[in-house]
Write a protein that binds this ligand. Sequence first.
Ligand code: PGA
Length: 244
Amino acid sequence: MEWFFCKTKEEGGKKTAEYIRNEVNKNPSLNLCIPTGSTPVICFKEMVKMYEDKRLDLSCAYMYNMDEYVGMSKDHQEGYYRFLNQHLYSKTNTDMSRTFAPDAVATDMQAECERYTKEFYQNGVMDVIYLGIGTDGHIAFNMPKEVHCLDTHIENLSDDTVAANAQFFDGKDEVPKDAISIGIGMILKSKRIVLNAFGKSKAEVIKRLYEEKAVDPYLPATFLNLHDDVTIIVDEEASSLIDR
Ligand code: PGA
């Protein structure tokens, strides 16, 4: 893992946007899997700025959602596809016919999981997966637990995750309890991985990730120790408990 310690989240978001821009410049029709949540919004803002300054062209890129709450349609107010559309796709020249997400209202969710895994690889392996991290160490929606799925699957969200995501809903009770998510195997098969963690609430989990040199299924981000091209970009608050 290569760590970058930035002073502010804005600096971290900028560095991440530069990382993505470099990848797009190398291969304009790359496969890119992107996260939702409060963290990536900072990088997305930079990407929009780059697009407006004619420094980023997403017109040929293939964009993939990594997860979605079960029961949320693509146009649902709190849904993740709509979130990416609102913060990135609609503000850049992303070609909507090249954007993909699991169908979280499918009648047969098991079949949908299998379909999305296939769609995820329709143009070859993922070039870059951009991840956030939960306070419980989850990546995409792979929650801490003993056994992990490799491919797209349904996850029961941890109490920590439901509590953290309540900010986007009218309270904790409104947060869906299940999500459809890409699996750990799909993350590890990506050629490159970049992860962001910003803010004090991530300090504890970032300290654990920094110190853990093994794979701990109860800290899913430690699966990234198995990959040889992982870049972690954190701000001063998120890295405040690390002893370096
Ligand atoms: P956040 O979520 O960016 O809203 O902190 C991170 C995550 O759950 O991956």
